[in-house]
Design a protein. Structure first.
Length: 188
């Protein structure tokens, strides 16, 4: 569903066409060549998006703000990637290209049918209150089961979708926690 995708200008689309978005390659040499070839286009694309303020604030927060990361290590996603690849600029590492691209240009990695069904269940995001969190989280969990989504990835994708829809960080976190409770009897 392109509803939440960042609209690229013609020149940005041309730059993106030069980027090798494959996460795996047949051999090390092929992967390294793609890594080297991607460095400049990725930096150019990110600079262009930044210059025209095209990246929504919630996506910047998702990348830069530690509160948007629910892992054991309290750091932003940017901080975690910088720790992993301290020897080179973060945005040029081939194994995180899809992550960066997804965060800044695309919405949650969910099928269009799931996004549409979730939007319908949430309704108007401006009317969502704290009492709606449990049913919305249950809806996300039910959609995960119904569409046989990966139970480990789906909660994070619903978290991103909640943010894109305009729900607050607190609500998105609560929905993510609720949608992640698959194995506990008391959450059914």
């Amino acid at each position: 569903m392109e509803k939440y995708h960042i609209k690229l200008t013609e020149s940005e689309a041309a730059i993106l066409a030069k980027v090798d978005l494959w996460e795996s390659h047949r051999n090390h040499d092929e992967g390294h060549a793609a890594y080297k070839a991607n460095a400049q286009p990725i930096l150019t694309l990110l600079q262009s998006l930044s210059d025209r303020s095209a990246i929504p604030q919630e996506r910047l927060n998702y990348w830069n703000d530690p509160r948007y990361h629910q892992g054991r290590i309290k750091a932003s996603r940017k901080g975690l990637f910088e720790r992993m690849v301290a020897e080179v600029p973060t945005f040029t590492r081939i194994h995180i290209l899809s992550v960066i691209f997804d965060i800044f240009c695309l919405c949650a990695d969910l099928p269009d049918d799931v996004i549409a069904a979730f939007e319908e269940k949430v309704g108007n995001p401006q009317w969502v209150s704290s009492s709606d969190v449990i049913p919305i989280g249950k809806d996300a969990r039910d959609l995960t089961r119904q569409y046989r989504l990966d139970k480990t990835d789906a909660p994070e994708e619903f978290f991103k979708l909640c943010l894109d829809m305009g729900l607050s960080l607190t609500t998105a976190e609560s929905v993510m926690r609720r949608s992640n409770k698959f194995d506990r009897i008391w959450t059914n």
